[in-house]
Write a protein of this length. Structure first.
Ligand code: FAD
Length: 371
């Protein structure tokens, strides 16, 4: 008989939801995380009384009422609505592309005028089969929106010219013909009151958590400590990189405390020019309507990923997809190991999707166990 029913590797949202649900079912759990804190990428660090989103700005949004109700058990959410701005040279635009953006670009006031403008720009280019991201974006929104608001940002994000990026990265570009700056279309949206750590603390209440603990440093011991392992780390590392390393894009966050109460008047401002090295500037206090005398500002710099950097965005191209498939085939056959979360599934997930995916795995797993 092993000491725990479940060893959960990773205390991000996936691991925390799984641990909570297993604990609720009377199972003993040990959660480990190699970082010095729980919460994974939603962790917030308190600086000058402000919750700083340490791994990038996180806005919770969902259309799924069950998931919204699920998180409300642990924390209430404020009424933050994500309205992102874009700076291009000395011009400022509202995002996502909507009637405000079109007014700022062309002075068009009526939807018909904006539609006609986009249509005429697209028709002039006459792109039938886009062969790269640039052509794809141009064929969807025309050159003005593309040049000022998409091109530079995307090239910084991916670290290469848009003409060298595959068209599939941009499948659709949502264009709204209403004066609506709300970034998300979802029914529910907000920031946990008190920050994301309140959510994680609620999920992990009553569960043993060991931080600064890397599974791979004591793998044998950890495999023998519990009957089941829930693994939310990198799947290629779990299998000793036997089919090669999966690739990611990484980010560098430059954060500073400023001696002003309000630096940019908004939580997120995108910088869409290629020559500005960062993609976004985050002013964290605006997520929670902070009114203190100081502010904390983060500049987000996309960067190449190497194994010592944080893996943020999977590169789901044909090559990596094929490598991942080989790992997935092994994972499908693994006994007493459940793989889940963004790193084990090599997939970008929003928070509500991760929670949904963890709850589904919980349901499938426990209905099989209890059958
Ligand atoms: P993680 O949070 O990464 O947790 C995995 C944990 O496993 C980590 O804590 C890690 O330290 C630990 N771990 C890994 N390997 C080991 C090991 N060997 N031993 C021990 N521990 C290990 N979603 C939204 O809904 N809205 C947003 O606005 C939003 N913004 C985002 C912005 C950025 C820049 C990024 C990158 C993501 C954003 N997301 C957003 C997505 C969100 O971050 C994820 O959905 C969520 O954090 C994934 O949770 P997870 O548990 O899968 O992974």
């Amino acid at each position: 008989m092993k000491k725990y029913d479940y060893l959960i590797v990773g205390s991000g949202l996936f691991g925390s939801v799984f641990a909570h649900e297993a604990n609720k079912r009377g199972k003993t759990c040990l959660v480990i995380d190699k970082r010095d804190h729980a919460g994974g990428n939603v962790f917030c660090e308190k600086v000058e009384g402000i919750n700083v989103h340490k791994y990038g700005p996180h806005v919770f949004h969902t259309n799924d009422e069950d998931i919204w109700n699920y998180v409300q058990q642990f924390v209430k959410f404020n009424h933050f609505v994500c309205n992102t701005l874009a700076v291009y040279k000395d011009e400022m635009y509202n995002l996502p592309f909507n009637m405000n953006t079109f007014y700022q670009l062309w002075g068009t006031r009526k939807p018909e005028e904006a539609k006609a403008k986009i249509q005429s720009q697209k028709e002039a280019l006459n792109i039938k089969e886009p062969s790269n991201l640039e052509e794809q974006a141009l064929s969807l929104v025309g050159p003005d929106v593309y040049e000022k608001l998409i091109k530079g940002y995307t090239e910084k994000q991916w670290g290469r010219p848009a003409t060298e990026l595959p068209a599939f990265i941009i499948k659709r570009l949502p264009v709204r013909f209403t004066y609506d700056n709300n970034y998300f279309n979802d029914k529910y949206q907000g920031i946990p009151i008190g920050g994301y750590n309140v959510l994680i603390d609620g999920l992990l209440e009553g569960i043993e958590v060991r931080t600064n603990t890397d599974y791979f440093e004591n793998r044998e011991e950890f495999d023998n400590i519990a009957d089941n392992v829930v693994f939310t780390g990198k799947i290629d590392q779990y299998y000793d990189f036997q089919f090669g390393q999966l690739e990611y894009r990484s980010l560098r966050f430059d954060t500073e405390v400023m001696d002003t109460d309000n630096y940019q008047g908004n939580a997120v401002v995108n910088y869409t020019e290629r020559d500005v090295p960062y993609t976004r500037v985050i002013e964290h206090k605006h997520f929670e309507f902070g009114t203190g005398p100081k502010t904390v500002v983060t500049k987000e710099h996309p960067q190449e990923w190497t194994s010592e950097k944080e893996p943020y965005y999977p590169v789901n191209d044909a090559k990596n997809t094929a490598v991942f498939k080989q790992y997935q085939d092994l994972a499908d056959k693994a006994e007493n190991v459940i793989f889940g979360g963004r790193l084990a599934e090599y997939r970008y997930y929003d928070m509500h999707q991760i929670i949904g995916s963890a709850l589904k795995k919980v349901k499938d797993h426990f209905s099989a166990v209890e059958a």
